[in-house]
Write a protein that binds this ligand. Structure first.
Ligand code: FAD
Length: 462
């Protein structure tokens, strides 16, 4: 247990701010408020910090609760100590398997040697491939304000309107986006897909050396000792009070940072979008069949949307050099019915795959259908606040951004006069984070500047 944690024993019953939920939203709010000098306590129902980012060790392998990745293109990546996470990277792109042949579609900016293979991948005519490039450039480099000002439609309508052809849509974009949006109709808001694609164009995706849970653990460790109370579910919330099994707390401000379903139960004024689900099957192979860490996309008509050798990106996920494979479907599936398909995607024999475990996450993330409500209110009045991915976008970025917004709203209410001190503390924290990013990515300054610009744009647009 790292510092910041405490079990549900002899708790104080009063805090300046109570945060309910130690996911990334709650921890982002709590760390900002603590940095600004407020007395903050976090009540967490579960047994770890990080919420939906959860990792366990099974037979020596690091297994995240569902296949998930961290994207450095998220503006809020600047809030994290990325070197401390020791990220291992996926290459930007994906593998498509068509008629048994594997085709690599790789971002040529990072790997110029992959241009010939990418150019000849079966993604339609030259004009259609150019449309795919144009779509990426527009999402990556148009100011966020203009992206958000574009007419909103479903993602599929927007992709077709952009001239993306059938092959690129069905073989590449649909399975790629389905694995991120957790829906394959591409009914998601085109505005959210623009922001998401922007993060992929500008950033890199990776896995922490200790698993995705390490992201939440890092934030929790920034809080003073004893401020995260695990195994402490909030049973009821009202202005100034939170009831738990161990007694009732009082506070000047209460921030509800739970998953969307619990938030609507605790705060009837809050509405949340429908939840998306995902099932992930984990297998072990004697060795990786690939030479580069790339996500393999599911084939049209297959329930598998993607399959990745996660230990290629992050070797620490495997205890002994064997390959750990994560394969996801959007409907609950049984491992044995997918084994042949997963083997075919990786070009191995089904008998090579040793089943490790499977997990279905019901409320993996909320839907982001049109009309996209990018910044739902976080201040509800009477000292009640709400944050979580359901307030911004269904992502690590959305959770952290909503936590930052909630912290700013609490500070405005509780420290209106001390704003100079408070804002100074917050600005210095952000500056330190940017310095860390620059140190980590001196050559990738476009990423860093891109992240800063996007963050400024998004916040400015709010
Ligand atoms: C399988 C999967 C894959 C994903 N892949 C990605 C990805 O690749 N990239 C990406 O950006 N995002 C991804 N996401 C989404 C991302 O993980 C979430 O959007 C984000 O973590 C949500 O954070 P949160 O703080 O809003 O909520 P949560 O993480 O849900 O945190 C809420 C916390 O509140 C606690 N809680 C609930 N009820 C109570 C109560 N009554 N009292 C006290 N505490 C309570 C919960 O235990 C939890 O710790 C994925 C999610 C899943 C599940």
């Amino acid at each position: 247990m790292r510092s910041g944690y405490r079990r549900a024993v002899s708790m104080p019953s009063r805090a300046e701010v109570l945060v309910v939920g130690a996911g990334l939203a709650g921890l982002s709010a709590a760390t900002r408020l603590a940095d600004a000098g407020l007395d903050v306590h976090v009540l967490e129902a579960g047994g770890h910090a990080g919420g939906r980012l959860a990792t366990e060790r099974i037979d020596g392998f690091l297994v995240d609760r569902g296949f998930q990745v961290f994207n450095t293109g998220y503006p809020r990546a600047a809030d994290l100590d990325l070197p401390d996470l020791r990220l291992g990277w996926f290459e930007r792109g994906a593998v498509l398997r068509v008629d048994g042949r594997a085709h690599r579609v790789v971002d040529p900016r990072r790997r110029p040697s992959a241009v010939p293979a990418t150019a000849t991948a079966p993604l339609g005519s030259l004009r259609e491939k150019a449309a795919l490039v144009a779509f990426s450039l527009r999402a990556g480099y148009t100011p966020v304000g203009r992206l958000l000002g574009a007419p909103e439609q479903s993602a599929e309508q927007a992709l077709r309107a952009a001239g993306i052809g059938e092959a690129a849509l069905e073989l590449f974009l649909r399975p790629f986006l389905a694995g991120v949006l957790l829906e394959e109709e591409l009914a998601t808001s085109s505005r959210y897909v623009d922001l998401l694609w922007r993060s992929f164009v500008r950033g890199s995706t990776g896995l922490p050396a200790e698993g995705m849970q390490a992201i939440g653990e890092q934030l929790a460790a920034r809080l003073p000792a004893g401020r995260v109370h695990l195994h402490t579910p909030a049973r009821a919330v009202s202005p100034g009070t939170v009831r738990t099994d161990g007694g009732t707390w009082s506070a000047d401000a209460v921030v509800v940072a739970t998953d969307p379903a619990t938030a609507t139960g605790l705060l009837p004024a809050v509405e949340a979008a429908a939840p998306r689900q995902v099932t992930t099957h984990l297998h072990v192979l004697p060795g990786s069949p690939w030479s580069t860490p790339l996500i393999v996309l599911g084939r049209p008509g297959s329930p598998v949307v993607n399959s990745a050798v996660v230990s290629d990106a992050q070797p620490r996920y495997s205890p002994d050099g064997r390959a750990l494979v994560a394969s996801s479907t959007l409907v609950p599936t049984r491992e044995e019915e997918l084994r042949a398909e997963i083997a075919a995607l990786h070009g191995v024999a089904p008998s090579d795959l040793e089943h490790l475990t499977s997990v279905t996450v019901q409320g993996a993330q909320p839907a982001a259908l049109p009309p996209l409500q990018l910044r739902r209110p976080v201040a509800l009045g009477d000292g009640l606040y709400v944050c979580g991915d359901h307030r911004d976008t269904p992502s690590i970025q959305g959770a952290m951004a909503s936590g930052a917004r909630a912290a700013r709203a609490v500070l405005r209410a509780l420290r209106p006069a001390g704003s100079a001190d408070v804002q100074g503390a917050m600005a210095s924290g952000a500056r330190a984070a940017r310095a860390v990013l620059r140190a980590l990515r001196p050559a990738g300054s476009a990423d860093v500047q891109g992240a800063d610009v996007q963050g400024a744009d998004v916040q400015g647009a709010g």
